[in-house]
Design a protein around this ligand. Structure first.
Ligand SMILES: C[S@@+](CC[C@H](N)C(=O)[O-])C[C@H]1O[C@@H](n2cnc3c(N)ncnc32)[C@H](O)[C@@H]1O
Length: 247
């Protein structure tokens, strides 16, 4: 399990400022509204910045994440008492209970190898017939990792000055890219070393994996405004909507 880059209170403390609410969250909320989802699970909910905004009258919302530091922030944020938080992974999804399961912020890419296959089975089992899974993943053809090697200037964060130094590998034969980062929290007097592994899956691989789990891909977008994805290297984002086959 890859929680190393998140399960630290300093990293969790800067997460929301680095990943604010935006067009991606608007998209996830609009899907929930369009399908009148009464029960939603946010898998890999992190600090819950999106999760709490999904909650509302007549809706049951659960947020699941294996990083305790992230979940602690989720629980204590305004609106946190309207969500059921669970520390763990996909095995904690309630069975046949969800109209909608989401994975935002490229959570899918954090779930590697065989764990991905079992997570998709848990997701399929967790959806009601006709229920929907929505998530995004990066298109490997766009080779985002080539732009990630960096040594940044010192920047100001909610917990003081921070200097990050990242190293990124080329993908291995399974499309897994390893990122190591040294986070020097200068004012806090602590250096947090993280290793993060992200799996880049092609569109065809995603369709194959979802189909094997009993999920049918119904839409793929290349942007949060729902422009169709056509498979080109110039389209870095794949937003996938899949439906649980009835029966
Ligand atoms: C980039 S964050 C995204 C958080 C949140 N969904 C958002 O959009 O802000 C990735 C999250 O995936 C979680 N994660 C890592 N491995 C996971 C797994 N096997 N199952 C569920 N979540 C996982 C991490 O703990 C982290 O909180």
């Amino acid at each position: 399990m890859d929680v190393g880059a998140y399960d630290d209170e300093l990293l969790a403390a800067i997460y929301d400022d680095d990943n604010p609410d935006g067009a991606d969250h608007d998209y996830f909320r609009s899907v929930a509204d369009e399908i009148s989802a009464a029960s939603i699970t946010d898998l890999g909910c992190g600090t819950g910045i999106l999760t709490v905004t999904l909650a509302g009258p007549g809706r049951i919302v659960a947020g699941i994440d294996p990083a305790a530091a992230m979940l602690a922030r989720a629980e204590s944020r305004p609106g946190g008492d309207c969500v059921e938080w669970r520390l763990g992974t996909s095995e904690l999804i309630d069975r046949e209970a969800n109209d909608l399961i989401i994975m935002s912020g490229n959570v899918a890419m954090h779930i590697l190898g065989e764990v991905w296959s079992s997570a998709l089975r848990d997701i399929a089992r967790g959806l009601k017939p006709g229920g929907r899974l929505v998530f995004e993943s990066r298109n490997p053809l766009a080779e985002a990792w080539t732009k990630w090697n960096s040594s940044r200037e010192v920047r100001n964060t909610a917990v003081g000055k921070l200097r990050e130094t990242e190293t990124v590998s080329e993908p291995d034969s399974n499309g897994i890219v390893t990122m190591t980062c040294s986070n020097d929290f200068i004012d806090a007097g602590r250096i947090v070393e993280t290793t993060q592994r992200l799996q880049f899956r092609s569109f065809d691989t995603l369709v194959r994996d979802l189909t094997a789990a009993g999920l049918r891909v119904v839409n793929v977008w290349r942007s949060w405004d729902r422009t169709p994805f056509t498979g080109k290297a110039s389209e870095p984002l794949m937003v996938i909507e899949a439906v649980k086959n009835p029966g």
